[in-house]
Design a protein around this ligand. Sequence first.
Ligand SMILES: [Cu+2]
Length: 264
Amino acid sequence: MKRLITLLAAAFLLATTAPAFAHFQMLYTPEMNKMGKLEFKLVFAHPAESGHVMKMDKPQEFYVINKEKKTDLLGTIKPIKWTSAMNSDEGFETTFSARGGDYIFVLVPAPYFEKEEDTYIQQITKVITNGDAVPTDWDKPAGLKTEWVPLDRPYALYPGMTFRAVLLGDGKPVADAEVEIEYMNYTPDMKKNAFAKKGNIEAPSDHFITMVHKTDANGMLTFTPPFAGWWGICALGSGPDKKFQDKELSQDAVIWIQATNPKK
Ligand SMILES: [Cu+2]
């Protein structure tokens, strides 16, 4: 019995301290190239392995920029419970009606307190959609504390096409920054508010779950999605704010890109 308890305790410890693959602030809509009604899920989780879902507090900011016009969306979000293979916790959802041109969706979440590391995490997140193939705003900075400014349209990539973006912190390029890239392997189920039960791929080893990259001397990242789907790109601690409520803060920049297969 004692041995069983020890085993259980060890298993519990392992489960709660298992090296988490990268957490990603999701701002998910199934199709980046779409006009009309877009549905979004705002969830802070580990989408590469349907891992731990973390409770989101009300975001600090959530808005969209289209043809240089900014529209506040904070008032449109509704709380939801999001479920992964590990747990369920609170996020948000909204819908938005898109017309022509680019839409830069910007989410500035409230800092999340990561107990195990005794630090706060704030992943400032951008998702760019387009409905009519007329590019308008995609290559312009949104003026965030830290952000990725694309050099290639993040919604118009075939698998095998290269995506480049410059990382800005406080408006200036961030050279030699550490960047994590993950494939959204567990596709979000928009009806069930949950990750798919099964992953799309099986990684050959953990090296392929969180891929580690660096920006170059000009703050540029080059990444080529090898297959179709959503890919999350996150620069760690590239923002100017290093403290929140007397604790360390990692102010990260996230952008999601979508690679799409040809129809045939
Ligand atoms: Cu995590």
